[in-house]
Design a protein around this ligand. Structure first.
Ligand code: DX5
Ligand code: ZN
Length: 216
């Protein structure tokens, strides 16, 4: 299976957001990745539901919603109302992760769990069968355009091992610092989904860049 490509709108030009979503719609991207930040869980604020609603109406790609917020369980219904395909919460933000995963599934969405660079993959051992995607953060969440953390490659391999040993069908996604240099190494380590912000939106031909990443 070819890797899935999920361009992150965070790196788009928000003065022309409809054009940017149209570019993704017309490209070989698989999903549209949406980064929600609350200024508490991460030291940055991105966008909230009014923007997400507008973008969800424009997008023809499945929505991959990455919540970098505290208490994400409070927003399951609102994320569902966007028509979200994959709702990803942070391990570090969920006191009752098992219950939250149940609520996401009950709302008809796939459930992803993101791990900060300092959180070991082993923390997911007891919930791996309830997870549809493990998001290995390859930078500290909060900002686009950061440098890839090398240790993430080991974490991707560990995530693959945990998934295989449990018989789960979960995907492995990476987010942050994905470039034409790091992407092939990540794919080799077993990644299924590449999130790409600056590499796509700062490219001279973003749609072509998406195809290039898809064909690696
Ligand atoms: C980081 C976000 C990422 C970000 C990636 O907190 O979760 O999705 O947009 O940006 P790049 O690809 O520029 O590192
Ligand atoms: Zn993200």
């Amino acid at each position: 299976m070819n890797q899935l490509i999920a361009p992150s709108l965070l790196a788009a030009d928000f003065g022309h957001v409809a054009d940017e979503v149209a570019m993704v719609n017309g490209s070989n991207a698989d999903w549209l990745h949406l980064d929600v930040m609350d200024g508490v869980f991460v030291p940055n604020i991105s966008f909230g539901f009014p923007v997400l609603e507008a973008v969800s109406k424009l997008s023809t790609k499945p929505l991959d919603v990455h919540l970098m917020i505290v208490q994400p369980e409070r927003y399951v219904r609102q994320v569902q109302a966007l028509g979200t395909y994959m709702m990803t919460v942070h391990y570090e933000a969920c006191t009752h992760l098992h219950r939250t995963l149940f609520e996401i599934h009950e709302a008809g969405m796939k459930a992803g769990v993101a791990l900060n660079p300092s959180t070991p993959v082993s923390m997911l051992k007891d919930v791996i069968e309830d997870i549809d995607m493990v998001l290995v953060m390859t930078v500290n969440p909060g900002f686009g355009g950061q440098k890839f953390i090398e240790h993430s490659l080991d974490k991707v391999r560990e995530a693959r091992e945990l998934i295989a040993s449990s018989g789960s069908q979960a995907l492995v996604e990476v987010d942050g610092g994905v470039t034409l240099t790091t992407a092939p190494r990540l794919i080799e380590a077993g990644v299924n989904v590449l999130v790409t912000g600056s590499t796509v939106f700062r490219a001279s031909n973003p749609s072509q860049m998406i195809s290039t990443l898809k064909e690696l």
